[in-house]
Structures are given as structure tokens and as C-alpha cells.
Design a protein around this ligand. Structure first.
Ligand code: 5GP
Length: 189
């Protein structure tokens, strides 16, 4: 997506360990207009699919997910990283965090992720695919169906994209980073 790619090249910053910082428009300060344009792009790409619900993981997936949910007119549920003591019928799974370098649990109430529902996962980044694998597990545990996954930014030099596509999961990314070597952002055309 042209507008996103231009913004990444303008405002994105490379950090040690293959991390791209986009705090200026996605992860800290947010550009709501760009966020809505990205949601429109996902809606186009998944046109023709029945989608009952959008799912994401707190915190950075919530902004793009809520805009997709708004456009589709469907609820948005986010997996939580802390276990609320009051949650009923809790579904949980373990995820390894790429940015924090440790494992954590994510959970969602079975009240909001239900058998027979067709869900679309939206997140900010696809790196090694650990968050995505966690969602696959939660969707499976709920007896729901995963329609596909949409990421704002995929890092092609990490294994997540290949892993999801090899597993037959429809995976759409709006910008693909080929490399962040030597502090230089190289995007796929
Ligand atoms: P994965 O689970 O695919 O390995 O990593 C995806 C998650 O880690 C995303 O939800 C995102 O929050 C975070 N992440 C991974 N790589 C990056 C990155 O380069 N920059 C930022 N800002 N977050 C990242």
C-alpha cells in the first residue's frame, strides 16, 4: 500500500535486532486517517469473505482492528495479556514475545470468541509469527474459523509469513520489509 510504504520510509526508524520503530504513526502517536485507509485496504482484500468478528491482541493491534471492525460493522475482540480474575469461560494460550524476548499468556473469554464464528485477525507487525500462532490456537480452542490474517507491516526476513502461508492461512500484509540491515529500510515493491 503506497501511502503506508511512503510513511515508513519517511518516519520509520531501524533498531538493533531487526526492529522497525513506527512510533510516529502506529505504535505511540497514531495517524487515524492512515489507520482508516489501511482498514479500507484490508476490507478490499478480504471482500467476498463472510467475517463475523475481528480479533487482535492488545495493545498495538487494537487501533487497526477497531477501524476494520467499524468498516465491516462487526465486533472487535482483543486477546488480553493479563488474566482478569472475573473472566468467564477463559481460553488461554502461551505466546513468545519477539520485542520483549519472553513468554506470556494471552486469553480471551469464550463468551466473545465462539464456536462457528468466522474471524479475521488484524495486527500491526508480523515477525516470527508467534502472536499469530497464539491466535490460531485460541480460534481452534473456541471452535471458530479463521478467515485470514492481516498485518500492517510484515518483516520478510523473519519466518512468520512463510510459516502462516505454508499452513494454508490467507495472510495479507500492507507493507513488506525486506531488510533493515545497516540502518537502511528496504521495502518490497
Ligand atoms: P511475532 O509474534 O510475529 O514474532 O511478532 C509480532 C509482534 O511483535 C507484533 O504484535 C508487534 O507488537 C511486535 N513486533 C515484532 N516486530 C516488531 C517491529 O519490528 N517493530 C515493532 N514496533 N513491533 C514489532
Amino acid at each position: 500500500m503506497k501511502a503506508l510504504k511512503e510513511r515508513i520510509l519517511r518516519d520509520g526508524r531501524c533498531f538493533e535486532g531487526g526492529i522497525l520503530k513506527v512510533d510516529n504513526f502506529i505504535n505511540h502517536q497514531m495517524d487515524a486517517r492512515l489507520m482508516m485507509a489501511m482498514a479500507e485496504e484490508f476490507v478490499c482484500r478480504f471482500e467476498g469473505e463472510r467475517i463475523d468478528k475481528v480479533i487482535t491482541i492488545e495493545a498495538s493491534g487494537i487501533a487497526p482492528a477497531i477501524m476494520v471492525g467499524y468498516r465491516l460493522g462487526v465486533p472487535v475482540v482483543f486477546a488480553k495479556k493479563a488474566r482478569p480474575s472475573t473472566m468467564q469461560n477463559m481460553l488461554t494460550t502461551e505466546v513468545f514475545s519477539f520485542t520483549k524476548g519472553r513468554k506470556y499468556d494471552i486469553c480471551v473469554s469464550g463468551e466473545y470468541l465462539c464456536e462457528g464464528e468466522r474471524v479475521l485477525f488484524i495486527d500491526d507487525f508480523l515477525a516470527n509469527g508467534n502472536a499469530a500462532k497464539g491466535i490460531v490456537d485460541l480460534v481452534h480452542k473456541a471452535g471458530a474459523t479463521l478467515v485470514g490474517m492481516g498485518f500492517l507491516i510484515e518483516k520478510a526476513f523473519q519466518e512468520g509469513g512463510a510459516l502462516l502461508r505454508d499452513a494454508g492461512i490467507r495472510t495479507e500484509s500492507l507493507a513488506v520489509v525486506e531488510s533493515l540491515d545497516n540502518g537502511q529500510i528496504v521495502l518490497r515493491d
